[in-house]
Every structure is written in C-alpha cells, then in structure tokens.
Design a protein around this ligand. Sequence first.
Ligand code: GAL
Ligand code: CA
Length: 350
Amino acid sequence: MKKLLSVLMILTLMFSLAACGSSEQSSSEAQPEAEASAPKIGVTIYKFDDNFMSFVRRSIEKSAGDQAELVLNDSQNDQAKQNEQVEMMISKGVKSLAINLVDPQAAATIISKAKEAELPVVFFNKEPSEQDMASYDKAWYVGTTSSESGVIQGELIADSWKANPAWDKNGDGKIQYVLLKGEPGHPDAEARTKYAVETVVEKGIEVEELELQTGMWDSVKGKELMDAWIAKHGDKIEYVIANNDAMALGAINSLKAEGYFEGDKFMPVVGVDAIPDALTQIEAGTLVGSVLNDAANQGKATVDLAINVANGKDVLEGTEWKLDDKKAVRVPYLAITKDNIQVAKDCYAE
Ligand code: GAL
Ligand code: CA
C-alpha cells in the first residue's frame, strides 16, 4: 500500500510538472530583453462576472507585470459595448489588442477595426472561425482544443459509472442524464456537449438524455434548471453533466437543497475548469471530477503574444509557446479527481 501511494505521489508530481511547469519556464524566458518598453495593450474580457474568466484576467494582469500597460475592459456580455471599447482603445494608442469576444461571430468586426488601424490582435478563450482567422495575417488565438475537454469529461463519466454500479438506479444499464450546456454557439460549449456524450457511448455505455438546456456558464442559471429538473424527474436522473464548474456548482446547490449528499442519497455531477470552488466540492465528494482548464497558462500566453506583437517582434519570440496551423496556441486540459487534486490547486494558486 505504501509503495502504491508513493508511486501515485510521484505520478501526481509528474503530472503537476507537465501541467504547470511550462508557465514558470516561459515566464522567465519571456522576460524582456534590454531594450524592453512597456507598450499599451488593449484587453477586453467578455464579462468580468464569469468565474473562470476572472482567473484568466488575474493571470493576464500578473503576467503583464511592468512589461505592459494594460487597458482592461469589462464588455459586460454586450458585443456592441465591446466594439466601442475597441474603438476607444485604438484612439488611446494601444499597440496591440487582446480580445475575449462576447459573440464568437463578431471576430470579423473586430478584425476590420484592427486592420484599419494596422494593429495586431490576439483573440483568447472564444475561438473565431477558421475563415475569420485566415482573413488577417496579424490575428492569433490563445485557448484550448475544445473537443479535448469533452473527451476527458466523457472518460471521467464512463470510468466513474463503471466503478459505481449502484448509480444505475433503475438498473437498465443506461445513464439517464441531464446536461447543463454553456453558451450556444460557443466552440467550448458545442464541443463539450458533443464529445462528452459521444465518449461515454464509445466506452460501451448506453445513454438516455432526459434534459439538455443552456445555463449560459452561470451558477444561478444552473441551479434554476436543476431545481426544475429535479421537480420533473426526481430520482430518474442518474448523472448531471455540466459544460463548466459554475453550472455544476449551481446544480450541486440545488441537489443539496433536495437532500442529496446526505445519507445514501447521491447524485454524480461532473464539470469543467477545476476552479477552486469546484475543487472544494471534489474534496467533499459532491463533485465526481472536473477537467482542468488552465487559466494561468492561457492568460500568460495571451500576454506573451500580445506584448511581442506590440513590440514589433515575432509573435512567439522568447517564449515556449507553439502555434498550430490555425495560428493558435492551445493549452492542454487535464482530468482532475480527488487523486490528483493538488495539480489543479497549484495551477490556480496566486
Ligand atoms: C470556457 C470556460 C467557461 C466560461 C467560458 C467563457 O472555456 O470553461 O467556464 O468561462 O469559457 O467563454
Ligand atoms: Ca439507468
């Protein structure tokens, strides 16, 4: 047993190095060279009031340090507002833009403004279409491979289901699930919904969808939907799949109010992001697991690229990041359960 534990600890350590190590490496390598200036960089976040994005924002601020002067905007979930903010930042003389779109379809609008001002633009978190990305040679993207989070979540669901035969409450061998979807049309929401379920099926488990609705990444909406679904289906629900942790946390609150997680009344719930509040629930046993969405490295990569292009350098100069054929830096996801929870804690540590 002891030996097994130490092997597990070493494995966890290795994972943690793989997941978070690049952040430290590139931060020292991305230090400005002698002639460094502190260019003005225009940043928008689609809304400050989004759990996961607040961690990306923190990383952006921290990574910029004194290497850049950030002009930071809360677009308040309003694309028209964001368009105005971009114009305002251009008139203030920013040297590059880092844009978290409100509406992924609005990339073309932002690109035309950037083009006109001959400004480079780094999109992050909401991926523009391939076509939009190809329309401007000074546009890049920092994010993830959206489908990866769905596949990893599907594996978490399948593995946990197989390990807990009692979760099949009606004993029909199928998972009766409800799914809390993120923003419709958001590449992450679409891919997570598709690949989580497909992966479970590929692993040989039959599924039946009881409900699927959007909770817009939001905890309060997640709770409201779950309240309604429990009222309608009660114990017919056997699994709650959430496209992100905020909605999963809302669902857990709803379930707790209905007496779940007491005695042997249990409901498996999974999320994505592995934000600190979700880690607390994993430790408490109320969340089966999550998928680490590495806010620290996404924020860092966004800033590294935006500073380079603001300084007229090659976009990757002095960094360890790699671009794929879509001009995108993609930070990997990682499955998080109780066994390797420390990895996620470290990634979200200040
Ligand atoms: C996703 C994240 C969600 C939400 C969304 C905003 O990557 O998992 O929690 O923050 O981005 O665009
Ligand atoms: Ca069943």
